[in-house]
Ligand binder design. Structure first.
Ligand SMILES: [Zn+2]
Length: 264
């Protein structure tokens, strides 16, 4: 695993303090390091199946939200990785369909498209954080994760004048440092209960079929409305999904709301 642990990281996890180990120092230090590494990566290992199927909800809700524990007929639509040059089209489509959504934006994209971010908020959508860069936390050191989240939060303060309430790690992968740093900034970690995997499709139907079983009260649905980290055409396909998805929700009596409202 190409993760470089430096002095900060060693102190963070209490390893490297060998002065208290007097007998057989080598095995003791190796054991302590292995234990610390295990503790560090356990959250990621548990969440890894998100790549292959919908999340098994392997972490408790206090650490990570997968859905809202509610019987209110509400769900949250969430969009990752934006904003991009055509997010304005998504905002118009959402207005037409009377959908309030949550955008997990990247800091790099926020800085490139600050007006779009302001427009999201002005139209009543929630702007949450997806980190500053699209970094994989399994391949990042604790220091890199700390820096990334700090920069992301600063971008929110600079552009929107407030820190984000919610944070979603890239690829849905998180480790101990992710949880610690999100908490440091007062952000709640949110994954999803169902995703469309629209980036792997060229037609709305399979996306809708994938989402359909998850259209229940409290659901958190994941889509991508842009081509920033997905293949070209993903944003356009997602916009084609929105109208039939809205109709399915309506048939089930479900209202799309922001995460803030869903988790309130
Ligand atoms: Zn992403």
């Amino acid at each position: 695993m190409p993760v470089a642990l430096d002095g900060y990281d060693m102190v963070m996890f209490g390893i490297g303090r060998t002065d208290s180990i007097s007998r057989n120092p080598v095995p003791a230090v190796a054991g302590a390091a292995a234990g610390a590494a295990l503790a560090y990566f356990i959250p990621s290992v548990l969440v890894l199946p998100t790549f292959w199927k919908d999340p098994p909800e392997s972490l408790p809700a206090k650490l990570c939200r997968w859905r809202a524990a509610t019987t209110h007929p509400e769900v949250a639509l969430t969009f990752d990785d934006g904003p991009s040059f055509d997010t304005a089209r998504t905002l118009d489509a959402l207005d037409e369909l009377d959908i309030q959504a949550t955008f997990f934006v990247l800091g790099t994209q926020m800085c490139a498209q600050p007006d779009t971010v302001l427009e999201m908020a002005a139209r009543g959508h929630e702007v949450a954080s997806h980190g500053f860069e699209h970094r994989h936390h399994l391949l990042s050191s604790p220091r890199a994760i700390r820096t990334d989240l700090a920069r992301a939060v600063q971008a929110h303060r600079d552009i929107l004048g407030r820190p984000p309430r919610f944070y979603r790690p890239t690829y849905g992968q998180l480790c101990a440092a992710t949880l610690i740093e999100a908490r440091r900034h007062g952000m709640e970690v949110v994954l999803w209960s169902r995703w469309g995997k629209e980036f792997a499709e060229s037609d709305p139907d399979p996306v809708l079929r994938r989402l359909e079983p998850g259209l229940v009260p409290g659901a958190i649905l994941l889509l991508h409305d842009n081509d920033v980290s997905c293949r070209t055409g993903t944003g356009a396909l997602t916009r084609r999904v929105l109208r039939p998805l809205r109709e399915s929700l309506q048939d089930k009596g479900l209202k799309p709301v922001t995460l803030d409202r869903l988790l309130r």
